[in-house]
Design a binder for this molecule. Sequence first.
Ligand SMILES: CC(C)(COP(=O)(O)OP(=O)(O)OC[C@H]1O[C@@H](n2cnc3c(N)ncnc32)[C@H](O)[C@@H]1OP(=O)(O)O)[C@@H](O)C(=O)NCCC(=O)NCCS
Length: 516
Amino acid sequence: MSDRVRSRTVGEIMSHPVVTAVPTQTVQQAARLMHRAKVGSVIVVEDERPIGILTERDLVRYASSSPGSSFGLVSDWMAPDPQTVGPEVRVDAALNLLAERGFRHMPVVSEDKVVGVVSMRDLMRIAEIQQFGTPAIEVPKGLKGVVVAETQVGDVRGTEGFYHYRQYSAVDLSQQCSLEEVWHLLYEGHLPDRAELADFKSRVCEHRVLPADLKTILPSVAEMGTDFVPLEALRSALSLLCSSWGFRPWLDLGPGVLKDQALRVCAVIPTLIMALHRLNRGEQPVDPHPDLGYAANYLYMWKGEVPSAEHARAIEQYLTSTIDHGFNASTFTARVVTSTGADLGAAVVGALGSLSGPLHGGAPSRALEMLDAIKKPEDADDWIRSAVEEGRRIMGFGHPVYKTDDPRSTMLRGIAEQLSGPRVAFAKYIESRVVAILRELKPGRQLYANVEFYASIVMERIGLTPDLFTPTFACSRAIGWTSHILEQAADNRIIRPSGRYIGPPPPAPIPPLDQR
Ligand SMILES: CC(C)(COP(=O)(O)OP(=O)(O)OC[C@H]1O[C@@H](n2cnc3c(N)ncnc32)[C@H](O)[C@@H]1OP(=O)(O)O)[C@@H](O)C(=O)NCCC(=O)NCCS
């Protein structure tokens, strides 16, 4: 509390005139007074002298114990002989008094007469401090625009349409570097030289091989449930793997161990995805190719064929461009789980759950479904218009941060153009119509194609089936999650925000079972 605040007195901040009642009034009358004056208590007086206080809490007690009765008297329900305070008392002393006694309101009394009332809320507001359980700062829904941590991993500048990883433009990195170079940048803080890169790649290669014991369990994971959902299967398999590796709460580990675990998890995720995918289709998993880089190997494990350089590079650019993107929901989830000291596997599995939602990573295949549903360019306007008018979201459009073109979408549009084909031309047409119609029907919202729209086109042109889209995104994003996990663990504080209770006032008596 600042000196300026501390030196203020109760008389300066109290509410007055005071809402008062007399002991012979009914509780209902007193409640009406409180309701009209929008206050949480009435001071009960006799000849202007405070003899009691009746608060919202007393009203709840009264209502629950005398259902239907309107004749309860204030004198029967008030708290008698309330703690009072003089107007000359300083704000900090009054606050301590309320806190010590557990009261919310106090009559202010001068020469035996009530001259005002101070509440905990008034004092908290003036003292600029937080009551336990009451948010000091009201934040927008969804924490939009709220800074929740400091990071050196990267940043997104929504209005400029720019994002970077450790100060390098992520689009430039995607266009000029291999995924492993960028991964090294994120983990080690600098782009690797040749020797560092060779060493890093060989560590990734070593860890991308599935352990033999997991291979025996994996077919049952791939066959669980009626519908195979690769991201769910990945979540389950990764949980099993991390516990079989003996991952323990990071709080008990050294930083070197955590980084090693992070690398192992990110190296093995692509292998797990493709093994599960193949097993579910009745095919044997393909072991990683020791001579291929991360991206080419990913496609190799899918079909068992070395992919074309064009496809490998397209998927590598996509993956590199999606490694990190600010405090998106899954990254924040990873940090929240990490902040509890939990093991790295738990944080990555939690983030996978977050990524699976259609408002986050689960949308790319839905963008293709839209193209399939529209079918012909001449039907586009009607389809888009009615979808928006019915209140549906156009998948692959809009972004919580970008209010201009999403740079990833622009880059991926370029890659899609290189891969070419009628589907690409159709997608570009649909993009232009969606943007135009959203501008007309949702003016001022600044809605453009996001990363997922062209990601789906690029992946489709490469031949990946839609069920693999979000898992493919998870491969690269896991590198971002783990970078944040390492950062969170290096300077940790448990993430524990507050909520604002807006239900009926407690404490309510628990009604007996047969009266509910
Ligand atoms: C990504 C997304 C969740 C961001 O949401 P947001 O920035 O919080 O925006 P809001 O949900 O507050 O929406 C703002 C307004 O734009 C509209 N809007 C946002 N995205 C829209 C979309 N894709 N289609 C139609 N309208 C959209 C909302 O209906 C809302 O309109 P209103 O002000 O009339 O209520 C949202 O754009 C969306 O649902 N997109 C589709 C799903 C998707 O592509 N997800 C992948 C994200 S990478």
